[in-house]
Design a protein around this ligand. Structure first.
Ligand code: URA
Length: 445
């Protein structure tokens, strides 16, 4: 295999063989292919795509480029959940404890945020003392004992994806359907769960900007998962507005506590209940005590109402050595030194939001990393008061910005102001859970 020939093949849309794909991925991980050649290959794939067989080969090869985790020491059915990325997306933090409180096992490896999207591990680290690095044995022990553990993704999982993702991030090749599908599914297949629930986000804050692209990505990922023998379901969810009211690490943890206390904002509750019900449904489906989706939804609502999901979150935090006092009383989270209110200078209705810009504003305040090595300011972020559909009067606070670094405000404020589209006429509310994709087809909501 000569890398030059592989670039030439993809440029001309000629399929690569299984052997060529294998050699290419292995050689890249071994450092034998320079980034400039791999970048050219990625760009060719960006424009030409991959055939179904090539995509399966590429995904499996990436999955096998590192450790394949064996979750069999954990009893019961393990369902993994993965989001293709969002802004204010704190769903894993909420649905993990919900599903565990319903009696199922949640063994979740999560990632950090990069750019405008957040990551579950950064949010968990906003809880003082919380340990995200666990040995495999401790991880299994926690899940077997209390039903849930969330840890940082082990270094050894799909190293090919890790290296390729970093390269895609700087070569404008992230938002390619086959490249995202292979990236997500290689990690999911290597993580050892029995079943997979995908949250394919769609809209201005997501990689997939419209429903058609999101459905195409979902269908491809479901197919890859099913071919690998894992039941895979995808929900298409709306990311045209930030999810919930807060963006930023400790702010989002506090928002999850509010949700588990029964006081979540309507949009966040709707998406979390849909995801948790689907996760539960997958976990229970093949058991004797299988439940319908409606019964699963009722169980989800019940563990929120009776407080058992919140108690499960507290249990997880305690077992992973976090300070539970901030969960019991979220006012105890350290507050940012400075805040700034973004005030409306024009009246009307919010007719649209550039959600990616909301994520960028939050990152600029210190809540995310512009570069991999950047430190996170856990109390930085945004509280969004006005979202798409809301009426606005001149002088209303659209959002409040929080940061420990006063200098961040001018750039963040400018970007956030640009994120708002305010016009005279009101727009209709968009659906939050748009569709459900399984191997049997698409169900539109
Ligand atoms: N999430 C991933 O894990 N990979 C991508 O390529 C995009 C989103």
């Amino acid at each position: 295999m000569r890398m030059y020939d592989m670039i030439e093949k993809k440029k001309k849309n000629i399929p690569m063989t299984t052997e060529e794909m294998k050699e290419m991925v292995n050689a890249y991980v071994a450092g034998e292919i320079p980034d400039y050649q791999m970048s050219a290959w990625l760009m060719a794939v960006y424009f030409q795509g991959l055939e179904e067989k090539e995509l399966t080969d590429f995904t499996l090869q990436m999955a096998h480029s590192g450790k394949m985790i064996d979750l069999s020491p954990i009893e019961g059915v393990k369902v993994d959940k993965h989001s293709t990325g969002g802004v204010g997306d704190k769903t894993t933090l909420a649905i993990g404890p919900i599903v565990a409180a319903c009696g199922e096992k949640v063994a979740k490896m999560s990632g950090r945020g990069l750019g405008h999207t957040g990551g579950t591990i950064d949010k968990l680290e906003a809880i003082p003392g919380f340990k995200v690095e666990l040995t495999k044995e401790k991880f299994f022990e926690n899940v077997n004992q209390i039903g849930i553990s969330i840890m940082g993704q082990s270094e050894g999982i799909a190293p090919a994806d890790k290296k390729l993702y970093a390269l895609r991030d700087v070569t404008a090749t992230v938002n390619s359907i086959p490249l995202i599908a292979a990236s997500v599914m290689s990690k999911k297949l290597a993580s050892g769960s029995d079943k997979i629930l995908l949250d394919v986000t769609c809209g201005s804050g997501a990689f997939m900007k419209n429903k058609e692209e999101a459905v195409e990505l979902a269908k491809i990922m479901v197919k890859i998962g099913e071919q690998a023998g894992k039941e895979t379901v995808a929900l298409i969810t709306n990311m045209d507005v930030p999810l919930g009211k807060f963006i930023g690490n400790s702010l989002e943890v506090a928002e999850v506590v509010e949700l588990l206390n029964g006081n979540g904002s309507k949009d966040l509750v709707e998406v979390c209940v849909a995801l948790a019900s689907n996760m539960l449904y997958l976990a229970k489906k093949d058991k004797e005590a299988s439940q319908t989706m409606e019964q699963c939804r009722k169980m989800v609502e019940k563990v929120i109402e009776d407080g058992s999901a919140l108690r499960k979150l507290i249990e997880m935090v305690e077992v992973q050595q976090g300070d539970i006092s901030v969960i019991e009383d979220t006012q105890k989270f350290a507050k940012a030194d400075y805040y700034y209110d973004l005030v409306a200078t024009k009246g009307g209705y919010v007719t649209g939001m550039d959600t990616e810009k909301c994520g960028i504003a939050s990152m600029l305040l210190g809540a995310g990393r512009e570069r991999k090595e950047d430190e996170i300011d856990y109390s930085a972020g945004l509280c969004i008061y006005k979202k798409t559909g809301d009426k606005v009067i001149v002088g209303d606070t659209l959002a409040t910005l929080y940061s420990n670094s006063h200098e961040t405000f001018s750039r963040a404020e400018k970007v956030l102001r640009e994120a708002y589209e305010i016009k005279e006429e009101q727009v209709n509310e968009e659906k939050l859970v748009i569709a459900r994709v399984t191997k049997d087809g698409i169900e539109w909501y």
